[in-house]
Design a protein around this ligand. Structure first.
Ligand code: CA
Length: 244
């Protein structure tokens, strides 16, 4: 069966950059639409016809910036994969982007080959999450993980629990998957940043705490007094699915 080309929304106000991306992505077989500002992007994504498979979202935009666009998208329960384009040397932007709901990031300026690799990896991650699992995947990773009356469904990107039904972003799902794989072990913040977020710069790792605060709202009975996702002071986190 011939595959439909993936459809990408490029959100970038600098015309020469947007046109360059359009040209190169089309040459690589993608269908591309351009939005020059955040409002236009949100309108295009609300319409979503035909469906967008991913968004390349610049941070610096006139009016609503990229963070606001990502946050509003997620608030509207739109979980299209978002690759955020950040300024080089601003790791705090990366963390802000993830907190807003981005799934990956790329610092500007970037090599086109890196952009294509990241974009394809994002599309693969999405396909992996939404496709039924193949036997070899099940051996390494269960599609579902149950603990304490909750169920994380890594394929449907859903978390269900007592009185809760939450759709997860790719990054939230990847983060939870990493916790599940490393359950019981103390995971340093730096490791989470490197392994899950792929942030290698010397970042203020406390910023990861904001992300954890959100996850705790999903999985804890009392998010301020966590039973399952524990803070190990000065080091990182520990996931204890059976509770303390
Ligand atoms: Ca821009």
């Amino acid at each position: 069966m011939p595959q439909q080309p993936a459809r990408i929304l490029v959100v970038e106000d600098e015309t020469h950059l947007a046109q360059g991306l359009l040209f190169n992505l089309q040459a690589d077989g993608f269908e591309v639409e351009i939005a020059g500002d955040g409002e236009t992007a949100l309108a295009a994504l609300a319409k979503n016809d035909p469906r967008f498979d991913a968004v390349l979202l610049d941070v610096m935009l006139p009016g609503k910036d990229g963070f606001t666009v990502a946050r509003e998208l997620r608030e509207k329960q739109n979980y299209v994969p978002v690759l955020m384009l950040t300024a080089r040397g601003r790791p705090e932007d990366v963390l802000k982007g993830f907190a807003a709901g981005a799934d990956d990031y790329l610092p500007k300026p970037f090599d086109l080959s890196i952009l294509l690799a990241r974009l394809n990896s994002l599309l693969r991650r999405m396909a992996w999450h939404s496709a039924p699992s193949s036997p070899e995947q099940v051996i390494e990773d269960q599609p579902k993980f149950e603990f304490a009356g909750r169920c994380i469904d890594f394929e449907a990107l859903e978390l269900t629990g007592p009185e809760k039904h939450i759709h997860l972003t790719l990054m939230e799902a990847d983060f939870l998957r990493y916790l599940v794989r490393n359950q019981g072990r103390i995971i340093p913040r730096k490791e989470l940043l490197e392994q899950v977020w792929r942030v290698r710069e010397d970042t203020d790792t406390r910023a990861i705490d904001n992300f954890v605060v959100r996850l705790r709202r999903y999985i804890e009975d009392e998010p301020t007094n966590p039973m399952y996702l524990k803070t190990v002071r000065g080091v990182g986190y520990r996931f204890l699915p059976a509770g303390e």
